[in-house]
Write a protein of this length. Structure first.
Length: 403
């Protein structure tokens, strides 16, 4: 019996070692998630990508950081430092990098850099909104999204699964991670003394100006209106932890247990007494759940794309007017059988090969039924230069929801 117990203990330790080699304990939830790299390997690989970018920027003669814009650089650093200080990775030494791009973007590669485009800093005049972006990007690395996605792709490829090769599957998996980073990010904002509702304001503004583009392709990020609602709901839940301009003194405890999650306590104390089996089972279960959620998300997006395209096929342009030089009013008739709400019509104006097209969005507030006509009005300064907008602007149905 003693020999048998020792054998079982040895097997359990072996199972734990296997689990440790292919997974890690999630810093937020405490559950195990796939990861084929240690944290040291993640930092080395992730930082290598950013350091290559920095080297290329310098080679191409582009300025970085305070040489690029002293005021925006130090503003970025101060906001970043406060958010990073209350994060799950506050013990690591991170470095924010400001690069010369006009676009609204920031990203991490899973290491200890966060790269921010100058255009984002200029567009976001609110420090609370900048903090929301910083918190979201730090959360991606905290939740190991970069290397979790790589690991899952390798495992599904080894399992000869066709899922990993589909655009819809990859987009749905990434979208799930974006929601998770948003959820962690609003907590970080509140604990760092920044308004946790700032994130929802960003996406509300993006929805008003850019729409959702739900029916055009698989979305790797949540569409703007969904993201606004998600962040508003979660921001309201963590509002009690927020004191403007002050770090919450209980932030360490609140990272473990708060109104959004309660961390599961899993350690190696019981390895040899079932802890190894539990760790490996948790790894496999977590990977299976992530895989199934991505497949479900892919199916949901497929249904949404088909629905929006169906609605567009049932719409017919029946008239247009120009109330003023910067306004273009269109009248459509809808012949579909499904009553609609939340209809958004989009338009793209090409600016040439090297520039992104100008996007215009017209939000239709009324509910629409079969046989009814409705108006969609575009307002944009770019319309002033167009004598006949229909010759230059490509129209599309941006979004529609069954009533």
């Amino acid at each position: 019996m003693l020999s048998g117990c020792q054998t079982l203990q040895s097997v359990d330790r072996g199972l734990y070692n296997i689990a440790e080699s292919v997974s890690e304990q999630d810093r937020v939830t405490g559950q195990r998630s796939l990861s084929l790299q240690s944290r040291a390997q993640q930092i080395q690989q992730g930082n290598s990508v950013v350091e290559q970018l920095i080297a290329k920027e310098k080679k191409d003669g582009r300025k970085l950081n305070q040489q690029l814009d002293k005021d925006q650089y130090w503003r970025m650093v101060q906001i970043f430092d406060r958010v990073h200080r209350i994060s799950h990775l506050s013990d690591e030494r991170w470095q924010p990098i400001l690069i010369d791009r006009d676009s609204f973007n920031a990203f991490t590669t899973g290491g200890t850099y966060i790269v921010v485009h100058r255009g984002l800093m200029e567009q976001l005049t609110s420090d609370d909104e900048v903090a929301a972006v910083m918190a979201h990007e730090i959360a991606h690395t905290v939740a190991n999204h970069v290397f979790e996605a790589q690991s899952l792709a390798q495992v599904t490829a080894l399992a000869n699964s066709g899922s990993a090769g589909r655009d819809g599957y990859r987009a749905a998996f990434t979208q799930k991670n974006e929601y998770e980073a948003d959820r962690i990010g609003v907590l970080y904002s509140s604990l760092a003394g920044y308004d946790p509702l700032a994130s929802s304001r960003i996406w509300k503004r993006q929805y008003q100006t850019e729409g959702n583009r739900r029916g055009l392709f698989f979305q790797s990020h949540p569409v703007n209106s969904d993201r606004e609602r998600f962040n508003r709901v979660n921001g309201e839940k963590v509002q009690p932890y927020y004191t403007p301009g002050r770090i919450n003194p209980n932030h360490a405890q609140l990272l473990q247990n708060n109104s959004l999650w309660s961390k599961q306590q899993q350690g190696s104390d019981n390895v040899g007494q079932g802890g190894g089996f539990s760790a490996l089972a948790g790894t496999l279960l977590g990977a299976y759940v992530d895989h199934q959620q991505a497949k479900a998300g892919e199916r949901q997006q497929q249904q949404q794309i088909r629905f929006v395209r169906y609605v567009q096929s049932q719409m017919k342009l029946v008239g247009e007017t120009r109330p003023s030089a910067d306004r273009w009013q269109l009248r459509f008739r809808y012949d579909g059988q499904i009553p609609l709400q939340g209809v958004t019509v989009g338009g793209q104006l090409s600016q040439g090969k090297d520039k992104a097209p100008i996007v215009m969005v017209a939000h239709v507030k009324q509910a629409i039924r079969q046989g009814e006509q409705f108006k969609a009005e575009f307002r944009h300064t770019a319309l002033k230069s167009l004598s006949k907008p229909s010759d230059s602007i490509k129209l599309y149905l941006d979004d529609a929801v069954p009533q």
